[in-house]
Design a protein around this ligand. Structure first.
Ligand code: 9MR
Ligand code: ZN
Length: 554
């Protein structure tokens, strides 16, 4: 399968002149790095190739160090045969040579693209040519929704982002996405403050916050009068592959859930602190909503996992535990109100928290960020000192997972789940946070390799983000990308990536025998490997914003 692919895997969107240039090679022997005049400026002899379990490849990571801005050519001078001791003189051929571009700030554009990707997911408004280019469409999903359980309930709830390749809108996943963006803004504003040419651009608020607000406004509308949040607003089945404005079947407010309510509560408590600097009225509305959600959670302590009601087949986002959502909410509420009751709640929930997860299912990493970067000493011994020690240990273990991978990918071979890009980006986030907390930069190159992975340094030689890189995915499971009649997919959307844990039978059949990191098909029907989702874009935004912030001078 790899025969036609380059034996050199790179970040296809380029490299930064202030950070190590890391590549993976699948051919043994010395590597020559030439400058734009063709002069060899460096020869590197990597360690012998080694078997990588996740991909089944013989591969070696090579750190070319810091390179000044410029265009370089990297050439493998030996061939794979030399891995076994033989040597061969292979002249540069297309699969053993690759162009490496190094610039001062290569990834701001990619980070911006990923944020703008969420603009393209906007529901309930027209995407106009001046913002959307050729990817225009009229407003969608503007009809009133009915209560699923009580059909006498009728509400017009317009807005929010389509969750993924489907047109569903789900509160918990939306809250997590917004939180990744708000923390990117809080921690490394320098890497995510560009204007993005969205309708709100130029209003004095950073566009990352303008875009996040589009979802927040929708989340607020998803609150029931008693403070609980509806789990989702979807039809009872997924739409066909049509444009969103052509999807006119009835949407329903699905039952409320603990996880949606706690995740919304947490996200709103966080959003209150961020938006109060810009819009006091909006912030006060947010504060009322988060406190009402908190009251509902207190009055309804018995956790009931959400399951799709009979007859509903849209995304379930069922979650066996609500403790991580409650932990995150308690941390954010303590940060926003100062009420020690919330700290006590977070302390009680602390022992069961993984601390390093940032997905829709396990959100404990978001509580961790709040404790370590917002509350700090105010969090107290358990939530600061103890939590920090435990978190740092876990980050080191993540570094070891990266070390054990031939491509440096921080995911064990047996954990390529649906949306494997999420744990990979989450692990990058952890290693970034480790560096921020300790000042120790050992994990930084490993955090960077995960970003490189998303953009091409991987077993598939694929850039998982649409619209950038030399070999981007072209056929994501994404209704508008398929139905709009335009060859290019909507730009700025990240694919879930390889998954061999939970596959559609027809995809499993086509991929029979493929190793975990290659269990992927860039074909539209493969929602199990090649769908896009808002909460996969957002951890990549976090990582991209961090590395972009490092590339800014001063
Ligand atoms: O991201 C979800 C993944 O963790 C699950 O394994 C998968 C199957 O249940 O569902 C994913 O979420 C999908 C959601 O249910 C509906 N919208 C598209 C999401 C991305 O594939
Ligand atoms: Zn819509």
């Amino acid at each position: 399968m790899n025969d036609t692919l380059s034996k050199i895997r790179i970040n296809q969107t380029g490299y930064a002149s202030s950070l190590p240039v890391q590549v993976a090679v699948l051919a043994a022997g010395p590597l020559n790095l030439s400058d734009s005049d063709g002069k060899v400026i460096k020869t590197v002899t990597p360690e012998p190739l080694a078997f990588d379990e996740a991909s089944g490849d013989d591969v070696r990571l090579v750190d070319l160090g810091i390179l000044p801005e410029g265009e370089y050519t990297l050439t493998c001078t030996g061939d794979t045969a030399s891995a076994t001791g033989e040597t061969a003189d292979t002249a540069a051929s297309p699969d053993t040579t690759r162009t490496i571009r190094v610039t001062a700030d290569p990834w701001q554009a990619i980070t911006n693209l990923l944020i703008k990707g969420l603009y393209f997911q906007r529901c309930g408004c027209e995407l106009e040519a001046k913002y959307a280019g050729k990817f225009v469409h009229p407003a969608c999903h503007t009809a009133p929704a009915l209560g699923w359980e009580d059909r006498s309930v009728q509400k017009t709830i317009i807005g929010g982002w389509h969750d993924a390749g489907d047109f569903g809108k789900y509160v918990g996943p939306g809250a997590v996405t917004v939180a990744h963006m708000l923390y990117a803004h809080i921690l490394f504003a320098k890497g995510c403050s560009d204007e993005l040419n969205i309708p709100e651009s130029g209003n004095g608020v950073p566009d990352i916050l303008n875009e996040a607000r589009y979802e927040l406004e929708w989340i607020l509308k998803m609150q029931r009068e008693d403070g609980a949040f509806y789990h989702k607003l979807t039809k009872d089945h997924f739409a066909n592959f049509i444009m969103p404005e052509d999807d006119h079947e009835q949407e329903y407010l699905m039952p409320v859930s603990h996880t949606a309510t706690a995740a919304a509560c947490a996200c709103l408590a966080l959003a209150y602190r961020v938006y109060k600097e810009y819009d006091a009225d909006f912030a006060s509305k947010i504060l009322d909503a988060t406190l009402a959600a908190s009251k509902w959670l207190e009055a309804n302590p018995e956790f009931i996992p959400f399951v799709n009601p009979d007859g509903v087949r849209t995304g379930e986002y069922g979650d066996p535990s609500g403790d991580d959502e409650l932990f995150w909410a308690a941390c954010e509420l303590f940060a926003s109100t100062g009420d020690p009751m919330y700290r006590a709640q977070a302390e009680k929930l602390y022992p069961t928290q993984s601390l390093t997860d940032f997905g829709w299912e396990n959100v404990s990493g978001l509580g961790t960020i709040c404790a370590l970067f917002v509350l700090k000493e105010k969090a107290g011994d358990t939530l600061y000192t103890e939590l920090k020690d435990a978190f740092l240990q876990k980050c080191k273990a993540i570094g070891e997972i990266s070390d054990a991978s031939g491509y440096g990918t921080a995911l064990p071979a047996d954990e390529y789940v649906w949306g494997s890009i999420l744990p990979i980006m989450a692990n990058s986030m952890c290693m970034i946070l480790y560096g921020l907390l300790t000042g120790d930069e050992t994990l930084l190159p490993k955090a960077l390799i995960q970003w490189d992975y998303a953009l091409g340094l991987n077993a598939l030689d694929i850039c998982f983000v649409t619209g950038c890189g030399e070999r981007p995915i072209m056929n994501p499971h994404h209704r508008p990308s398929e139905a709009d009649g335009i060859e290019d997919p909507i730009p700025g959307l990240i694919s879930g990536g390889p998954n061999n844990k939970n596959n559609f039978p027809h995809i499993k059949e086509q991929l029979a025998g493929a190793p975990a990191a290659k269990h992927f098909l860039d074909v539209m029907p493969s929602a199990d490997t090649n769908e896009i989702a808002i909460y996969w874009n957002s951890p990549a935004i976090f990582v991209g914003a961090y590395f972009s912030s490092l590339c800014k001078k001063g």
